[in-house]
Design a protein around this ligand. Sequence first.
Ligand SMILES: NC(=O)C1=CN([C@@H]2O[C@H](COP(=O)(O)OP(=O)(O)OC[C@H]3O[C@@H](n4cnc5c(N)ncnc54)[C@H](OP(=O)(O)O)[C@@H]3O)[C@@H](O)[C@H]2O)C=CC1
Ligand SMILES: O=C(O)[C@@H]1CCC=N1
Length: 273
Amino acid sequence: MSNKTIAFIGTGNMSYAIIGGMLKNGFSARNIIATNRNQEKLDKVAQDFTVQTTSDNIDAIKRADVIVLSVKPQMMEALCETFRLANIDLTDKVVISVAAGITLARLKEMLQSDAKLVRCMPNTPSLVGLGVSGLFSQDINEQEQRFIDQIFSATGMTVWLHSESQINDIIAVTGSSPAYFFLFMQAIEEKAKALGFNEQQARQLVQQTALGAAQMAISQPDISLEQLRANVTSKGGTTHAAIESMKDNQLPLTVANAMDACIARAEEMEKQI
Ligand SMILES: NC(=O)C1=CN([C@@H]2O[C@H](COP(=O)(O)OP(=O)(O)OC[C@H]3O[C@@H](n4cnc5c(N)ncnc54)[C@H](OP(=O)(O)O)[C@@H]3O)[C@@H](O)[C@H]2O)C=CC1
Ligand SMILES: O=C(O)[C@@H]1CCC=N1
């Protein structure tokens, strides 16, 4: 693995997950710097990962070859202003933004620099090495692309996108979608508790079933999801009753509408931020 230094600026939920995945898959803690303005969160990162931590973004950036900007989108402009005020030279560095709703053109405007920019849309399962990261850049060379791919491949699957607008699509498909699955699991868990299973049982039953279903889909790529579902659904049986109830309540349409809302919000943020 390369000896390049990677600085995560604003190490909250998302960067914590990326760092966790990187460390599990070959990156050295020595090559990672994590910053946060919140000392308590920074202490937790230091404790869990033994990476270098600091509240000094400028120092971290100066020491880094690759910088991952990971603050909330609404905080990006204020963060970039501190770089401008510190006159940091970003020319030879690669700056990756994981923020939703900020285009590369807008980021360039915020940074007022010729840094090589990359947009990445990761997701939190990166923590356990099962993430998906959508990536897009027009600034980097092959060697830089390989290194960035190595970083995010350490956290799971990478997909290099052909156009920047696909970033908004992949937010709906993979960036936000862990939350859809958690909501679905939570609904089953709540009902299981209402049926009398205790809290621990309800959680274990739902998570084991979700894992089993995902693993079945992964291990049998030639069988369609439709067919896997049909294999559980006996004619006139219990699953059929459940699935028909979900269809009557427009579950597929609800999901499609939610994904459209996700994309629309990303587009709206691009105009607002
Ligand atoms: N969470 C997710 O599933 C995903 C998130 N993203 C993107 O990742 C980015 C981060 O999201 P997430 O990790 O959830 O957010 P978090 O709020 O958990 O993390 C951001 C952290 O940055 C800190 N911070 C804010 N400003 C500064 C600053 N100037 N210097 C140092 N630290 C700072 C915040 O401190 P404080 O706690 O004080 O606010 C916070 O702890 C967002 O842009 C989001 O769009 C992308 C894909 C998935
Ligand atoms: O909710 C958000 O805006 C971020 C982007 C994808 C997941 N979380």
